[in-house]
Design a protein around this ligand. Sequence first.
Ligand code: 2M8
Length: 443
Amino acid sequence: MSNSDKLIEEAHRLLDRNWTGSSTRPAPRLYPHQWSWDSAFIGIGNAGRSPDRAMTELRSLLAGQWGTGLVPHIVFASELDDYFPSAPFWDSRSCDGAPVGSATSGICQPPVHAMAAGIIARRVDDGKGFVSSVFEQLTAWHDYLFSARVLVNGLAEIWHPWESGMDNSPAWDEPLAAVDPSPHDLPPYRRVDVSVVAAADRPTAWEYDRYVYLADVLRSRGYVPLDPETLPFRVHDVLFNAVLARSEAELVRLAGMIGADPGIHADRARALSESIHAHLWSESLGMHVDFDVCARALSSVPIAGGFCALLAAPPASVAARVVETLRGVLRDAGEGASILPSLPVGHRGFEPTRYWRGPVWINIMWLVALALAETGHPELAERLRRGIRTLVDNGGFFEYFDPLTGAGHGSDDFSWTAALLIAASEEASPAGRTARTPDGSAR
Ligand code: 2M8
């Protein structure tokens, strides 16, 4: 068995260990519940070898969907205090529209689910049946985002840094500096994360106070604010919107599979992509950046998530400039492999091991590789996929990696690292995949 085959077997064993019977824990000790975008990435990794589990993963997440259409960022496996903020903090059960069968958070994460559903549907035996079982819920999820979150410039807003999935990204430093929790009574809280992994690798107390305050503001309004203009944190995030545009494009394909009307999805994908390129482009940085809606200011921080704009049908000249900028921040990892730090090495805010402020994250590399493959840059996409394999092979199945040393940080046994290592390996060798017709049936 080759080294690469051994790594893939190890990745499958890790996913087996973290499987609960209906979903996969992102990490057994640090994240013991079900997280929204983690489940999508894990479903992608399971699609080939464990298709039933991949489908169950998405369906169990969608079972936590709210009546508003919101897919919550956490579906709790229990009400234990083994994670902060736990189910009682979010108090979903007291909110109108919350699911009856499960306790959840009341905020969301990037909508990668339709993308995942497409990948899974093209690999399982009854892709059409699977799509039929989730299409309506995926549409309701996007309906929620377009109706509740698109308020200015045709772009969806996030109302909490956790909704970006990139919690303490330096892109939030300025928007968060304008949030002052001190005049308010913060609910007392005790962090669990810093007793599981090194505090130096996690967000600071200053950030957590603001996370708790912002969650508390949303909770006090039942997570359905009637006056969202008054919220203290409102951001147009590139990754969030680009993934939504790409997911809408995926719903066009999935509608085709089951004979549903693709019209609205095609319109939304087109309009959202145009808004991303019109409003989130930074000419001086040569890439897309986030927009602080409260301050009406474009960010000056070139976070790696910005490269995901390539997922949103960029005009050719924009794509060429983004790829040029991307080449400038990639780090050579030897043997045809490159890695992408979450913030460029050498940027004044760069911290090599602190969470989303510099370390390499496998999900961002995988999304950017996908975008590169889809915009006609297969060699660069393959460099990133090799980078994923090199990092995991040398550093282990960690949550994130120091771009200077390759050392793994955060939690070990991290599920999406394993899942996307599998996906990246399969994408690199299409011969290993079962061929499928466009409607999802096996060839
Ligand atoms: C991290 O976020 C949670 C809050 O949702 C945390 O810090 O406790 C992020 O990396 C997020 O993207 C991820 O989905 C989650 C679970 O892996 O952990």
